[in-house]
Design a protein around this ligand. Structure first.
Ligand code: HBI
Ligand code: FE
Length: 300
């Protein structure tokens, strides 16, 4: 059977039955094969998010975006992004078909290669998509790779991930990535701002995370976050708030073996839990997820 046409591949999420072309799962972005409709989906998403993030994204995100060849006109070419990033921060963007096995993902991050999905969501998937596509990965993640602190932190996560995997505690570390790189909020002088890519690339969650009364907003605490499970299929019940990006670098210097031992001795926490020891910035009403739970138990 002939291989599927290059153009067909961009329209689809990763096909996990297919073997990766290379051992590290990287592939050619195939930039020249994006269709006008695919560039159009990018434009729609870019313009909507740029509007929503005005006054909502943290300064580092806005600065990074302004310095990169990322705009509404077309899906960015990863080579052009890398040409700019590499001399500044030592990072490159590599094209991948979608979600990677954990160790492949960590290996890339540990070497300052950011894997970005080369496909883009379909027009009917503008609001929700399970796998990271080029809009999530490039619009959401790449601007903060221009920030030296974030650049070091994400690499440290890759190194830490390889180590956590060997220690059998990857689920604990993955929560830290989830509640920072993906769904983190930051307290800036002018108020609460978004830095997490999962929020920054989502129209609905960029509003929900900052403006809705439902979720908890708690000050970030590494051990607390490691104990907290998370939702992958809906808005977060709790957002953890850092004071500045430098706070994340405690991850790079921490004695993980000791920390993991302590965390393993304590029970996991539900996504919506609030403890007496938490530093609560805003206590959520929980209304959003309560309403969902109630509608889910109705007989079908
Ligand atoms: N692969 N492409 C991609 N992007 C991710 O964010 C990603 C991944 N593989 C594994 C993974 N994330 C997480 O499960 C780890 O951070 C634990
Ligand atoms: Fe992501």
């Amino acid at each position: 059977m002939p291989p599927p046409a290059e153009t067909a591949r961009h329209g689809l999420a990763a096909d996990h039955s297919a073997r990766p072309e290379r051992a590290d799962w990287t592939m050619d972005q195939g930039w020249q094969h994006y269709t006008a409709q695919q560039h159009g989906v990018w434009k729609t998403l870019f313009e909507r998010q740029s509007r929503l993030l005005l006054g909502r994204a943290c300064d580092a995100f806005v600065q990074g975006m302004a310095q990169l060849p990322i705009d509404a006109s077309q899906i960015p070419d990863f080579r052009r992004l890398s040409d700019l990033l590499l001399p500044r921060t030592g990072w490159q963007i590599v094209a991948v078909p979608g979600l990677l096995p954990d160790e492949v993902f960590f290996e890339h991050l540990a070497h300052r290669r950011f894997p970005a999905g080369n496909f883009i969501r379909q027009p009917h998937q503008l609001d929700y998509l399970e796998e990271p596509d080029v809009f999530h990965d490039v619009f959401g993640h790449v601007p903060l790779l221009m920030n030296p602190t974030m650049a070091d932190y994400i690499q440290a996560y890759g190194v830490g991930g390889l180590r956590a995997q060997k220690l059998g505690v990857l689920d604990k570390l993955a929560r830290v990535y989830w509640y920072t790189v993906e769904f983190g909020l930051m307290r800036q002088k002018d108020g609460l701002k978004i830095y997490g890519a999962g929020i920054a690339s989502s129209a609905t969650e960029s509003v929900f995370s900052l403006d809705d009364a439902s979720p908890n907003r708690l000050r970030f605490d590494l051990e607390r976050v490691m104990r907290t499970s998370y939702r992958i299929d809906d808005f977060q019940e709790t957002y953890f708030v850092i004071d500045d990006l430098a706070q994340l670098l405690e991850l790079a210097s921490i004695d993980f073996a000791t920390l993991y031992q302590r965390v393993l001795g304590q029970p996991d926490l539900a996504p919506g839990a609030v403890l007496p020891s938490d530093w609560v910035l805003s206590r959520g009403s929980g209304a959003y997820h309560r309403a969902k739970r109630n509608s889910c138990v109705a007989p079908t």
